[in-house]
Design a binder for this molecule. Structure first.
Ligand code: DGL
Length: 268
């Protein structure tokens, strides 16, 4: 297999990175992918950054060992804790994530923007850099909402208790007059219906998934690594937790109907 025909490796602490994965597949339908959900260690946001860095390195090392030609760290928290380290440690190109402060600042009319992310993301250097660089005279209200990731993992993104928790986290931002909310965790796009019920139709929600997919395509093109084939891409999913939980999420939330190749994977 030529290197361009190798798969794209994508990982997250759990199912959240599937919000990015589905955009990659939509944009690059002929690419094969390998997705790892490190569900045995989810949520990453509750762990120290050094431990998240080790966990991310273990998953990245596995994906590189599978022959992946590029890695997409489909997790803001893992990017915050490990992106620089992973880029230094591995030879393949690595695409990471940071909350969308720049587009949020560009699109606000009230001068008040919200960022919803984990504490590790908000305390990380990447977020600090974009905040310093782009926030200017705009007020950025950054908040964490512990418990949301677990609810999404459990397939309860639309459940009443999720809406109660979200309302508790978002109300102070709405009271402050935000008109843009950056979803700084890849689990949160799955909460869009619940956020809409709380915030109404006018709040601009920034989901960076499509931009990350475009960036992945750009990097592959620049590196001459786009797959040159006619057949649709083939997709493998691995979970360090329960493969059945990943399978249910893929079916129930992403609507995947074709036979899904799901394996368990024991991280070291
Ligand atoms: N999807 C991860 C992110 O983008 C979730 C964080 C977690 O596991 O706590 O930040």
């Amino acid at each position: 297999m030529s290197h361009a025909d190798a798969p794209i490796g994508v990982f997250d602490s759990g199912v959240g990175g599937l919000s990015v994965w589905r955009e990659i597949v939509r944009l690059l339908p002929h690419e094969d992918t390998v997705y790892v959900a490190d569900s045995a260690h989810c949520p990453y946001g509750a762990r120290p950054a050094a431990e998240i860095c080790q966990l991310s390195e273990a998953v990245a090392s596995f994906l590189v060992g599978q022959g992946c030609k590029i890695l997409v760290v489909a997790c803001n928290t893992a990017s915050a804790a490990a992106l620089y380290h992973l880029r230094a440690a591995f030879d393949v190109p690595i695409v990471g994530m940071v909350p969308a402060v720049k587009p949020a600042v560009a699109q606000t009319h009230t001068g008040q923007v919200g960022v919803l992310a984990t504490g590790v993301t908000l305390n990380g250097q990447l977020f600090h850099e974009v905040h310093e660089r782009f926030a200017n005279d705009i007020t950025v209200h950054s908040v964490t909402c512990p418990g949301l990731v677990e609810l999404v993992e459990a397939g309860r993104a639309d459940a009443p208790e999720t809406e109660v928790l979200l309302r508790h986290c978002l109300q102070p931002l709405l009271d402050a007059g935000i008109d843009v909310l950056a979803l700084g965790c890849t689990h949160y796009p799955f909460l869009t219906p619940a956020i809409r019920r709380i915030a109404g139709p006018d709040l601009l929600l920034l989901d960076p998934s499509a931009a990350i997919a475009r960036q992945t395509g750009r990097v592959l093109r620049q590196s001459n690594l786009l797959a040159d084939r006619a057949r649709p891409g083939q997709h493998t999913f691995l979970s360090t937790g329960l493969p059945a939980a990943l399978a249910s999420f893929l079916q129930d939330t992403l609507g995947l109907t074709q036979p899904i190749d799901i394996r368990s994977y024991n991280s070291p």
